[in-house]
Ligand binder design. Structure first.
Ligand code: ATP
Ligand code: MG
Ligand code: MG
Length: 556
């Protein structure tokens, strides 16, 4: 295992440990809101939080930040756990839920009320927003700011008991309406939401806000380093204020790092959900999606995603990472580890006229040409084979390293063949090539070669009677432009969807050794790219997804 490179967060932890802070403990957490599937941006946070816990012998918690009953669903809770485990991480202790702390958080709110640090505001939401001010204008105190502790307690209990409708009352922290930091202008801590919650059912009709819940959940769990993205930097003073004024034994601290942004895609759950809900993709796990389940179905490996995140590093500088870097990470991994196979994407029949009708010869090929320990595979050569349409031309110059009428190529791991004649259908399209093979060329070059020139090249092939029919799905980037969300007036990110991002080939043929392959098995189809067996694939219908081509191919 490679030692993770240092970064500014690890340096902070090293310093804390050297100073004996937190009794030498390192406890982090990954806190997704269950309102969508995890995407590649979350992978950065997962690798950071779990990676730190692993290398410091600490613990990383998985906590669902589930304070918003409207947008959350059980499906997301299940998928998020599956994706974290798929990446190869295990959280310490049980799966946690912020909603599991609702009773405790309610008590913390009462503490603030008792200290005169929170009050119930019964102004309308519009009045509250208006009096909050903005960057140029300080806020104004609410007329309800001076309510007595008793009155606030009674009103807060009434909120809890359902005595207010949504928008009629909120609990606010009593901090400073003139603060330059708007987050400190008496932020809302609790609001009324008469909605059932996926974990707590109908027990609550008031729900704590994220900014109240998050620091106190961290404190309850004994989180030492609470790592979040830069947009929460302005919330840190409120984080610290709450941890300080509520009676908690732990002292978590928040540190911010830059989000991962990738070009040619979107990394926002809201937009990804829109793509799913409006049918622009087939689902959250569509192989074009930057979700972890989409990347998985596409054929990405956990190791490639972890390696990608590790190489990115962690900083406080915002940047946009090129999609090709993510693609390279899986290409490198699969180049080393994926078994090789032959698959013909656009079949054209080649008839070897001097090959006996019923003869099948089993040829040997390495599973991986650079790794003998992966063994060999057997491929049947028969009188009729398929080659790719792209691998034949009636005429071509010397740069074309494939089969040309009257010239020769090697059928990879087999014999040298010469194209003698083409057969056309009524429309004039070539439907067969008739050729002859040289029986003395298995594993060696043709003898008596005078005047014939060099072989043009080596092409892949699959036995026509014994090959397995399959479907191949070729994926491309989901957006045509690098920054689909940076759009002009009246434009929408959906205007930049790449309509050609999925091409389905229904008549492909793969070598017979792949019979019965299980979903998620990955291959290099020689000369074509890296492919993964789709989750919908079965014995009656083999389906492969192209993960990436053999080399970078964007822009086209
Ligand atoms: P989105 O904007 O997609 O809704 P989010 O930040 O609201 O993302 P959460 O479920 O709250 O999603 O995210 C869980 C954790 O993952 C948070 O700590 C968040 O900071 C982190 N995270 C989310 N997106 C990214 C990203 N693009 N890069 C790095 N970390 C991210
Ligand atoms: Mg969030
Ligand atoms: Mg969000």
């Amino acid at each position: 295992d490679v030692k993770a490179p240092s970064n500014f967060i690890r340096q902070i932890i090293d310093r804390d440990l050297a100073e004996g802070k937190n009794d030498g403990q390192v406890v982090t957490r990954f806190p997704p809101e269950p309102n969508g599937y995890l995407h590649i941006g979350h992978a950065k946070s997962i690798c950071l939080n779990f990676g730190i816990a692993e290398s410091y012998g600490g613990a990383c918690h998985l906590r669902f930040d589930d304070t918003n009953p409207e947008k959350e669903e059980e499906e997301y809770i299940v998928s998020i756990q599956r994706d974290v485990e798929w990446l190869g991480f295990q959280w310490a202790g049980p799966v946690r839920f912020a909603s599991g702390y609702f009773d405790q958080l309610y008590q913390y709110a009462l503490q603030l009320i008792d200290k005169g640090l929170a009050y119930v505001d019964t102004q309308s939401p519009e009045q509250i927003a208006e009096m909050r001010g903005n960057y140029n204008r300080p806020g104004q105190n609410s007329p309800h700011r001076e309510r007595s502790v008793e009155e606030n307690r009674a009103l807060f209990e009434r909120m809890r008991d359902g005595g207010f409708e949504e928008g009629e009352a909120v609990l606010r922290a009593r901090i400073d309406m003139a603060s330059a930091n708007i987050n400190l202008r008496d932020p809302i801590l609790y609001r009324v939401r008469k909605k059932a919650h996926h974990q707590t059912g109908d027990k609550w009709v008031i729900y704590p806000m994220y900014d109240f819940t998050h620091p106190l959940s961290d404190a309850i769990e004994g989180i030492t380093h609470s790592l979040c993205t830069l947009e929460f930097e302005d919330h840190r003073p409120l984080y610290d204020w709450l941890v300080e004024h509520v009676e908690v034994s732990a002292r978590p601290r928040q540190y911010e790092f830059a989000r991962l942004n990738l070009n040619y895609t979107v990394t926002s759950k809201r937009r990804l959900k829109q793509l799913v809900d409006e049918g622009h993709v087939a689902g959250w796990d569509d192989p074009r999606m930057p979700t972890l389940s989409g990347l998985r179905r596409r054929g990405f490996t956990p190791a490639s995603i972890r390696g990608f995140c590790e190489n990115l590093g962690v900083s406080r500088a915002d940047s946009v990472i090129d999609m090709s870097i993510l693609e390279d990470s899986v290409r490198d991994d699969l180049n080393q580890h994926a078994p090789r196979a032959f698959c013909v994407l656009n079949p054209l029949k080649l008839v070897i006229r001097n090959w006996p009708e019923d003869k099948t010869e089993w040829l040997q090929a390495p599973v991986h040409p650079q790794n003998e320990t992966m063994g060999t595979r057997q491929m049947p050569l028969t009188r009729e084979v398929y080659i790719d349409r792209e691998d034949f031309r009636e005429e071509a110059n010397k740069k074309y390293k494939r089969l040309v009428l009257g010239d020769r190529v090697r059928l990879r791991y087999g014999y040298v063949v010469r194209a003698d004649e083409v057969v056309r259908d009524d429309a004039g399209e070539i439907i067969e090539i008739h050729c002859s093979y040289d029986p003395d060329t298995l594993g060696k070059n043709p003898e008596n070669d005078e005047g014939q020139g060099k072989l043009r090249g080596v092409i892949h092939w699959v036995s026509a009677p014994l090959g397995l029919p399959c479907q191949v799905r070729l994926y491309d980037r989901l957006f045509k432009v690098p920054m689909p969300t940076r759009v002009g007036e009246g434009e929408d990110f959906l205007d930049h969807i790449n309509e050609a991002s999925l091409q389905v080939l229904d008549h492909c043929v793969v070598e017979p050794g792949l019979k019965g392959v299980l979903p998620e098995t990955r291959y290099q189809f020689e000369r074509e790219g890296y492919f993964c067996v789709d989750t919908d694939s079965d014995e009656n219908g083999l389906i492969f997804n192209r993960t990436v081509g053999l080399r970078e191919s964007w822009p086209r």
